[in-house]
Design a protein around this ligand. Structure first.
Ligand code: PEP
Length: 263
């Protein structure tokens, strides 16, 4: 269902009226985790300044350590909905449990499946039955074929509104958090009609790498970017090292304005 053999024309997916797909360079930005109403609203304003039209923010955080901040849950979803009402930005947020899909869909405009859950087949089936578009991140250890098969699980349930997100894979390199597989973008374009966006924040794991990786992603044909921003990265409860703030945010806006004009 997600292959170009089945559907030769490349797809455009709409999220709360915002298109993602060929001809667009859609920026999704926001905090890694929703922490407080004030922090989320400030991050949404930074996201707008970065040229974003969609707001990201995690209310359910799948963390490596069980002692790390796990997210605010439904309280975080309510904050996101309030910030959407204030800014008009549709919300993209992660769901980590099949039982929570309906709850998250009540608040969100797009359901994100994180790298750790790319092969959580019960969760994929559940979002496949939901009436929201899905952002499917590539598993950090997944081949492109496995990633597309994960998308197939969602599509098989009737939901073809899927956007794929390359977010870096595990390699022997330790200088970056993950290795951004830029080649995945043109390979997926050859194999699938689904749009592909790139997460330069989670792949590099450091703010200095966000702009270079974003440039590489767009040069390779990515139709969008998902970027972490935070009003005060030094006190972020999650992944502060990769969050952009201040001047860096304007650089993203310049980059996307200049590259968006070429799309
Ligand atoms: C995220 O985008 O908040 C996230 C946790 O990303 P990933 O699943 O790619 O690690």
């Amino acid at each position: 269902l997600v292959s170009r053999e089945h559907h030769p024309e490349r797809s455009v997916i709409e999220v709360g009226g915002v298109p993602i797909g060929p001809g667009f360079l859609t920026v999704i930005a926001g905090p890694c985790a929703v922490e407080t109403p004030e922090q989320t609203l400030a991050a949404a304003r930074l996201a707008r300044a970065a040229g974003a039209t969609l707001l990201r923010g995690g209310a359910y955080k799948p963390r490596t350590s069980p002692y790390a901040f796990q997210g605010l849950g439904e309280e975080g979803l309510k904050i996101l909905a309030d910030v959407r009402a204030e800014t008009g930005m549709p919300v993209v947020t992660e769901v980590v449990d099949a039982h929570d899909v309906e709850l998250v869909a009540d608040y969100a405009d797009m359901l994100q499946i994180g790298t750790r859950n790319m092969q959580n087949f019960a969760l994929l089936r559940a979002v496949g039955a939901a009436s929201r578009p899905v952002l499917l991140k590539r598993g950090m250890n997944a081949t492109i074929k496995e990633w597309l098969m994960a998308a197939e699980y969602i599509a098989q349930r009737g939901n073809l509104d899927i956007v794929l997100c390359e977010r870096g894979i595990r390699t022997f390199e330790t200088a970056t958090r993950n290795t951004l597989d830029v080649s995945a973008v043109p390979v997926v374009h050859r194999l699938s009609h689904l749009p592909v966006i790139v997460d330069p924040s989670h792949s590099g794991g450091h703010r200095d790498l966000v702009l270079p990786l974003a440039r590489a992603a767009v040069a390779a044909g990515a139709e969008g970017l998902i970027i972490d921003v935070h009003p005060d990265p030094a006190i972020a409860l999650c992944d502060g090292d990769q969050a952009l703030s201040g001047d860096d945010v304007e650089k993203v806006a310049e980059l996307t304005a200049s590259l968006g004009a070429l799309m």
